[in-house]
Design a protein around this ligand. Sequence first.
Ligand SMILES: Cc1cc2nc3c(=O)[nH]c(=O)nc-3n(C[C@H](O)[C@H](O)[C@H](O)COP(=O)(O)OP(=O)(O)OC[C@H]3O[C@@H](n4cnc5c(N)ncnc54)[C@H](O)[C@@H]3O)c2cc1C
Ligand code: SF4
Length: 463
Amino acid sequence: MEIDVLKKVPISEQDPGVRAHNFDEVCLGYSKEEAVAEASRCLNCKNARCIQGCPVAIDIPAFIHQVSEGNFKEAYRILSDASSLPAVCGRVCPQENQCEGQCIRGIKGDPISIGKLERFVADWARENNIKPEPPKNKLDAKVAVIGSGPAGLTCAGELARMGYNVTIFEALHEPGGVLVYGIPEFRLPKSEVVAKEIDNVRALGVKIETNVIIGKSVTIDQLMEDEGFDAVFIGSGAGLPKFMGIPGEQANGVFSANEYLTRSNLMKAFDDEYDTPIRPGQKVAVVGGGNVAMDAARTALRLGADVTVVYRRSEAELPARVEEVHHAKEEGIKFNLLTNPTEILVDDNGWVRGMRCVKMELGEPDESGRRSPVVIEGSEFEMELDTVIMSLGTSPNPLISSTTKGLEVNKRKCIVAEEQYGKTSKEGVYAGGDAVTGAATVILAMGAGKAAARGIDEFLKNR
Ligand SMILES: Cc1cc2nc3c(=O)[nH]c(=O)nc-3n(C[C@H](O)[C@H](O)[C@H](O)COP(=O)(O)OP(=O)(O)OC[C@H]3O[C@@H](n4cnc5c(N)ncnc54)[C@H](O)[C@@H]3O)c2cc1C
Ligand code: SF4
């Protein structure tokens, strides 16, 4: 296969006109030939800056070198030594800001498609039934992990590899956290990809108990005092949605993005075989501009709605990944930028009939460094709608912090934990991921889970 070393080998995607009407995966992945060709562009740098950009420190040049030689099994061994969820990360990590953002090839041409190669190797391993090696030695100590999102799964996988007895306690009926209830099927297939990577974590010896709400079914203090757990990792995420606090927000037809996506993804409302109700809406506005907003908008579109994203800053400030915005536009999502809702308009029966908005302009930068939006006087207008999906961010649920003695939280209800090893104010209790940082990314949650596993290992060895 002929390649231009300065250009990425293009990857196939479903046609936008077709995929706007189905929930199948958008990106179709590399073939073997394409993966080998893309890997051959890598310079195998001695001082590989890509590794510094990876929060779980995958030996990127080594795995890419194995792909370029066609040794996919060895490539998978290198990947799975550092990451419990390579097929997930290869699909949803913001590589453009991490490994690929640092890639030396990117100085003159396109960076190496590290994420797409990671996805290729993990998919190849799954299709060929190759699994990570279980530990040879077992230790006596027991560790409880709260939450089965990327932070919990990574921490559990790392500890199991070290030989510890690990049990994950998950509040929902299915493990995976945001990977199963938030990110839609068309970006991250659930049974084919997420469930299989969770099976690999189980294959390391990790037990997963679902339908257990820590703080309600049992507390952390009881786990440690009565149930014999020697250490605890909290990876309970940040699943509590925020609202704007504007008039009319209580109307029927206003959803949080979390509820809308959970109905569709976890409860499978998009699939006719399930009877979970969802209100697809005919004219839908999604308020917000992050990845979650793009996922909600693209889900509503696939359910048959005419969808507009309403965001108060300009396109340059959209926090969603560029790839997601590009895909959303290709599929026919409209964007009403520099626009802010001031009121949800409600009909006589208590249902949404529209949204009053104002136009904004960008003023001076605020503390986040982004130019803050300022209302343009006299710019009020109304949008006719039947459904509004609020996607304004989330914060940690205070259930665990309010039921655990001596666990410090900050003003935003995030658990206070040391950055290096996730140690909290309570002895033997570690934390990481969105529960500590607030809503962030899969790979940062995984990096925190991995760091905490090292911290827990040190703690248990030095007791
Ligand atoms: C719609 C959406 C799209 C996203 N897209 C991307 C993306 O493209 N790329 C990216 O990198 N990031 C993305 N993110 C962010 C990313 O998914 C999160 O940062 C990441 O999942 C955080 O991992 P976590 O393990 O800390 O928490 P979570 O994934 O939230 O997992 C926490 C788990 O803990 C469980 N839990 C909570 N409380 C309790 C309790 N008391 N007892 C037992 N279990 C409990 C929850 O049920 C959940 O399963 C997205 C987020 C959303 C919502
Ligand atoms: S920085 Fe880029 S070119 Fe260099 S080893 Fe990493 S992926 Fe390859």
